[in-house]
Design a protein around this ligand. Sequence first.
Ligand SMILES: O=P(O)(O)OC[C@@H](O)[C@H]1O[C@@H](OP(=O)(O)O)[C@@H](O)[C@@H](O)[C@@H]1O
Ligand SMILES: [Mg+2]
Ligand SMILES: [Zn+2]
Length: 178
Amino acid sequence: MKLIVLDRDGVINRDSDAFVKSVEEWIPIPGSIEAIAQLSKAGWKVAVATNQSGIARGLFNGETLEAMHDKLRQLVNGQGGRVDLIVHCAHGPDDGCDCRKPSPGLFRQIAQHYAMNDLTGIPVVGDSLRDLTAGLALGCTPYLVKTGKGERTLQKPLPEGTQVFSDLAAVVQHLLQD
Ligand SMILES: O=P(O)(O)OC[C@@H](O)[C@H]1O[C@@H](OP(=O)(O)O)[C@@H](O)[C@@H](O)[C@@H]1O
Ligand SMILES: [Mg+2]
Ligand SMILES: [Zn+2]
C-alpha cells in the first residue's frame, strides 16, 4: 500500500517552541499542502501522527485541535487531495502513555487502521528524532526534513538509513520520481 506517515508541527505547518495553540497559529509550511495533495492524487494514503501535549498542558483543547485539523483537511481538499487519517497523543510527558512519540502507539493505531501487521517500508517524515524512532518501531523508513526542529535534530546522531531533505515537498518529489 502506498501509505506515508507525516509528523505535523514542523513538517506540515510551522512549529513554535511556544506550541501551536490556535487555528490562527496553524500556518502551513510553503509547499506542504501542495505536496500532500500531489501524493494523494498519485494514489498515496496520507496519515498524520502528532504529539499534542499542549492539551495536557491546558494550552488548548480537543475542539481547537480538531479545528486545526479541519483547516488542514480543507486546504488539502482545495488542492484536490485528501488527508486520510490523523492520530494524536494528547498526553503530557509524565503521563506514561504508549502513544506519545517516541513511543510507538500512534503508529500501531495507524497499522491497525489499515489492517496491517506493521509499517515495514512505509515512509515516516519528521522534524524530530522521536518521530523517526516511533515509526522505526513499526518498520517505517525514516525521512528527516530540515524545517521545524529539523536543523536541531540534524546535530544529533540519526537512525541508520535516515534520508534528509530540505522540506516535505522535496521528500514528495523524491518519492514520486520512482
Ligand atoms: O511535531 P508534532 O509531534 O506534530 O507536535 C509537536 C508539538 O506538540 C509540540 O511538542 C512539544 O514537545 P513536548 O510535547 O513539550 O515534548 C514542543 O516541541 C513544541 O514546540 C511543539 O509545538
Ligand atoms: Mg514535529
Ligand atoms: Zn499519549
